[in-house]
Design a binder for this molecule. Structure first.
Ligand code: M6R
Length: 632
């Protein structure tokens, strides 16, 4: 989704902002822009397409046809993912407004200003002309209209008029050493670096400069200033940096500085060609990190510090609602099966976007589990608010530390799988299912689960990193098989029980990065309509591991085979029978049914990855997609 970077300090800002935008590219965008301010004024550039296009405009290497590189120590930059208005130069950020008295204000914005039409009408009557179709330009004009020599105050006043969600960074030609930023409902961090501040919507654009950061809360405004203490000193003289945080009503706020929990190497590609492959291949390690310290073998218990304060409420919970979007929703579906099966407590999973708007029934002693890699997904956040307002205990299963969902829940468990850069969620899915399994065992043991059953599940979980590594060894084999059917435009993914959500996940992975149409469903459902689709050679992926429904799945395989479909099976190691029916087999270790999704999903991640690469697609930047969807 859209990305913000801002900088004020003692370094040349343009290369810093361009580098920051590149770090945010993975989030998905269609245009980019930059505004740089110095003592002589403000320069703005915007372009459609990749950040490299913008880079060549503002940092020309070929003499630039007479265009001077942008120069200054204060600036803001943005990658835009179109919401209001098509991807175009005019709609790209920063949006600017120049008033009659020569004040120029520039704004970059993530989120949506809901009352922008009313504000636009008001400002049009005042004589302002708009050059874009965006809601953000309205905010730039409003701030410029309210500017009376104090940018911070103009921003505060403007934001009091605004309804909707925003993370903004604002600069003004009259204050060449000041950057003002604010947030409501969309994340914004301020990195405290040496003699400078870096503002960004995502930690990945900050950690190159510092690991010390402040997370702004809703309705907070920060004023960041940097400059030479004594203007008469030569270049490199003493710099003063200063910042303060207030609310939009100008009440002072005490900010808390925290350590960002990610390392630069975690967001760099290393020797891998794509982040998605890196994140798939690193799963043994990331899942080891996710499990670390959470299984106490000697005491035979699950240790989840994040749930300590609510453990009694958990035991008394009569119902669990698991919610999320996309891959996180699929993890929630597995969580539903786990909680009902092992903790014997009613549970149901639901798309957050549906839950939020259907007047949901929240009975006494209900807990909602919001599942999200980013912790910023707008639909999931809205569902969480709805459930909290109706009295539910709010729990989070989140990867990004300090994210909005993690801060708005009563308790929760972090995934600890490291930052996920690839748009296709892989290691986060496995991390989510691991955490939901641990939560279920934690709860189950306090209810009906025997010591023996707990011990056996924990032992299997301990072996999970090794199991995943075994499956990953088949990557070349999987690529070879995918090569045979990669030109087919329609695929089916079928599974039963715990592997039904895995079928959904396999189909989502394939469609989002390879643009192959794929559907996932319960294997039995196929006979109720979709079987009509099966024609000669149509690839049908079955998750056909050993378990209570193995025979039923085998019958479904025969039904597809009889109609000429191609059978690709994910099967348990050592299953000879399956080879008689399947055109390709990907083997997974033999684990109890409740833990099977943790291994059966791995070959499907690789199927999607290899299909996209074989089709020549940009795996890490699939068309139209954003990593974190912060609009409903
Ligand atoms: O950050 P979240 O986990 O809340 O994101 C939810 C979905 O947007 C996300 O899982 C999406 O479906 C992925 N692109 C799937 O690979």
């Amino acid at each position: 989704m859209c990305g913000i970077v801002g900088y004020v300090g003692n370094k040349s800002v343009t290369p810093l902002l361009i580098e920051g935008l590149k770090r945010l590219e993975y989030r998905g965008y269609d245009s980019a822009g930059i505004a740089v301010v110095n003592d002589h004024g403000m320069r703005v550039s915007r372009s459609v397409g990749r950040v490299s296009v913008l880079e060549s405009n503002v940092m020309p290497t070929d003499g630039g046809n007479g265009v001077e590189p942008f120069d200054g120590c204060l600036g803001i930059a943005h990658t835009r993912w179109a919401t209001h208005g098509e991807p175009s130069e005019a709609n790209a950020h920063p949006h600017t407004c120049q008033t009659r008295c020569g004040n120029t204000v520039a704004v970059v914005h993530n989120g949506i200003i809901e009352n922008y039409a009313t504000l636009r009408q008001y400002l049009t009557k005042k004589g302002y002309h708009f050059t874009s179709e965006t809601d953000t330009e309205v905010l730039a004009v409003l701030i410029a209209e309210l500017y009376e020599g104090d940018l911070e105050s103009a921003v505060q006043t403007a934001l009091r008029e605004v309804r909707g969600a925003y993370a903004i960074a604002v600069v003004c030609n009259r204050e060449p050493h000041t950057l003002v930023c604010a947030r409501k409902g969309s994340p914004l961090l301020i990195g405290l670096a040496d003699k400078s501040y870096v503002v960004a919507s995502d930690a990945s654009a900050i950690i190159e400069h510092t690991t010390q950061a402040i997370t702004l809360d809703d309705y907070q405004v920060a004023k960041l200033c940097a400059g030479m203490e004594d203007k008469t000193t030569a270049d490199g003289g003493p710099w003063s940096v200063d910042f303060k945080t207030t609310t939009i009503d100008n009440l002072p706020v005490t900010h808390e500085v925290r350590e960002l929990e990610i390392g630069l190497e975690q967001i760099e590609l290393g020797d891998y060609p794509h982040y998605m492959l890196k994140e798939i291949m690193e799963q043994p390690e990331s899942i080891r990190n996710c499990l670390r310290g959470r299984i106490d073998q000697r005491e035979n218990r699950v240790v989840l510090g994040g749930l300590g304060e609510v453990s009694r409420q958990l035991v008394h919970a009569k119902r669990f609602i698991l919610t999320g979007q996309g891959t996180a929703y699929h993890a929630g579906l597995i969580g539903e099966y786990l909680i009902q099966d092992l903790a014997k407590t009613p549970a149901h999973s639901e798309y957050a976007s549906e839950f939020r708007y259907r007047n949901p029934l929240i009975e006494e002693n209900t807990a909602i589990i919001a599942i999200s890699q980013s912790g910023e997904t707008a639909d999931t956040l809205a569902a969480l608010h709805e459930a909290k307002d109706r009295g539910a205990l709010a729990l989070g299963v989140v990867n990004t530390a300090g994210s909005t969902i993690s801060r708005e829940t009563d308790a929760g468990v972090y995934l600890h799988v490291g930052p996920e850069i690839g748009v296709a969620s892989t290691k986060a899915f496995v991390g989510q299912v691991v955490v939901l399994t641990l939560m279920t065992l934690y709860l189950g043991r306090r209810k009906f689960l025997s010591q023996e059953a707990l011990q056996s599940h924990l032992a299997q979980l301990e072996r999970l990193p090794q199991h995943i590594a075994t499956v990953l060894e088949q990557s070349d084999h999987i690529r070879g098989c995918v090569e045979r059917w990669v030109d087919r435009d329609n695929w089916l993914f079928l599974g039963r029980g715990y592997n039904y959500p895995v079928a959904l996940e396999g189909a989502l992975k394939l469609k989002e990065i390879s643009y192959i149409h794929a559907e996932g469903m319960p294997a039995a459902e196929m006979k109720h309509g979709p079987i009509a689709l099966i024609d000669d050679g149509m690839p049908v992926v079955f998750i056909a591991t050993q378990g209570s429904q193995y025979d039923k799945v085998m019958s479904n395989i025969e039904e597809v085979k009889a109609r000429g479909g191609t059978i690709i099976a994910v099967a348990t190691q050592g299953d000879r029978e399956i080879h008689r029916y399947a055109d390709s087999v990907f083997e997974v270790p033999d684990v109890p049914e409740a833990l099977q999704p943790l291994v059966t999903v791995i070959p499907l991640q690789l199927v999607a990855y290899h299909a996209a690469v074989l089709r020549g697609l940009d795996v890490d930047k699939p068309r139209n997609l954003a990593k974190s969807v912060t609009v409903e």
